[in-house]
Every structure is written in C-alpha cells, then in structure tokens.
Design a protein around this ligand. Structure first.
Ligand code: HEC
Length: 172
C-alpha cells in the first residue's frame, strides 16, 4: 500500500508532462507544416495587380456623360424632370444652398462671395445669361463648372441640377 502513492503521483506528473507537450507541440509545429496563413497573398489597396471586375459585368451606377459647355450637344439637352410647383420649391431650396453665396438670391451675381470674384459671376437669371442660353447649356455649366464656377456633378445629382435650372428659369 505504501508504494502505491508515490507511483500514483509520478504517473500523474508524467501525465501532466505529456499533456503539456501535446498542448504546445501542435501550435509550435503549425507554422512549419502549413504556412498558408503566414504567406498569404495579401495586397495593399491599389497595389498591382488590381483586380478587374469579372468579364461581362454590368455597372449599376453608370458614369454620367454630360457634354461640355459650349458644344451643340450640350445646347440640345432637354430637362427630363417634370416641372411642378413642388420641384420648383426643391430647386429653390437647392439654389439657396449651393448658388446664392456667389450668384445671389436674384441670380444677378450679387451674393456675398461674388464680390471676391474678378470678373463677378454673370447674371444667370432668366433675363440675363439665362435668356440667351438654352437650359442644356446651363446644365452643362453647372455639371462641369466654368472658369471660377465650380463643378457640381458630385455635390448634386443630375435630377437636382435640373431642378435648380428649372428654378433659374423662373428668376427674373
Ligand atoms: C464659388 C462661386 C460660385 C458658386 C457657388 C456658383 N457659381 Fe455659377 N458662376 C460663378 C462664376 C465666377 C461664374 C462666371 C464663370 C465665367 O464665365 O468666367 C459662374 C457662371 C455660371 C453660369 C454661366 C454663366 C456664364 O458666365 O457662363 C451658370 C449657368 C451658373 N454659374 C450657374 C450656377 C448655379 C446653378 C449654381 C449653383 C448650383 C452656381 N452657379 C454656383 C461662380 C459660382
């Protein structure tokens, strides 16, 4: 009976050692056995080779192609949006946010920022620039900008730009 205890203890100790070795060994070995997770093909953003979309994939938000100002194509553009009292109100609101600082509430180029411009922004009301330019030309200018006039293609959607132009037509 006496000798059982120590033997039991040493067995327990040996068991612990084996468990410890088994616990450590698999992890220590992985790195050497399978390096997939270590040497994976990771790329930094924009790093070559850039992945191309699969062949025959169709963009859902196609690029906008608005002709440049001053071209006959721009002049031929027609407002595709229905002009209603409500859309004119939306156009007025957008004009107030994006255009009045330079063009003024009247469209005559008397906004607070306009004073800093040489030459000052044109009179874009229906009696000024607007009276001798088709709506498509105005749309192209607002889309692409012109000299000191900033482009609005990323700030306003095409629909919003047309609503602003429709509102411009009502400015006298
Ligand atoms: C940062 C000031 C600024 C803002 C904001 C601005 N414009 Fe202009 N805009 C100008 C200037 C300057 C010109 C004159 C460009 C030129 O012909 O040299 C101009 C010209 C124009 C013209 C053409 C007139 C011309 O002289 O060819 C139109 C149309 C126009 N702006 C509409 C708009 C509309 C609509 C908005 C709002 C969505 C707007 N602009 C916002 C500064 C601005």
């Amino acid at each position: 009976m006496r000798s059982v205890r120590p033997r039991g203890r040493s067995r327990f100790a040996a068991g612990l050692v084996i468990v410890a070795i088994l616990a450590v060994f698999p992890f220590a070995g992985c790195e050497k056995l399978d390096r997939n997770m270590y040497d994976n093909p990771a790329f930094r953003p924009q790093e070559e080779p850039v992945r191309l979309p699969p062949g025959a994939s169709v963009p859902t938000k196609g690029l906008e192609h608005t002709p440049n100002p001053g071209t006959p194509e721009a002049a031929a553009l027609k407002n595709p949006e229905r002009v209603t009292d409500f859309s004119l109100l939306t156009g007025k609101e957008l004009y107030g946010i994006y255009c009045t600082p330079c063009h003024g509430a009247s469209g005559k180029g008397d906004g607070p920022v306009a004073k800093k411009f040489v030459p000052t922004p044109a009179d874009i009301s229906a009696t000024g620039y607007g009276s001798h330019h088709p709506e498509g030309e105005l749309f192209a200018v607002v889309t692409h900008g012109k000299n000191g006039m900033p482009p609005f293609r990323s700030d306003l959607t095409a629909k919003e730009r047309w609503l602003v132009i429709a509102y411009l037509r009502t400015l006298k």
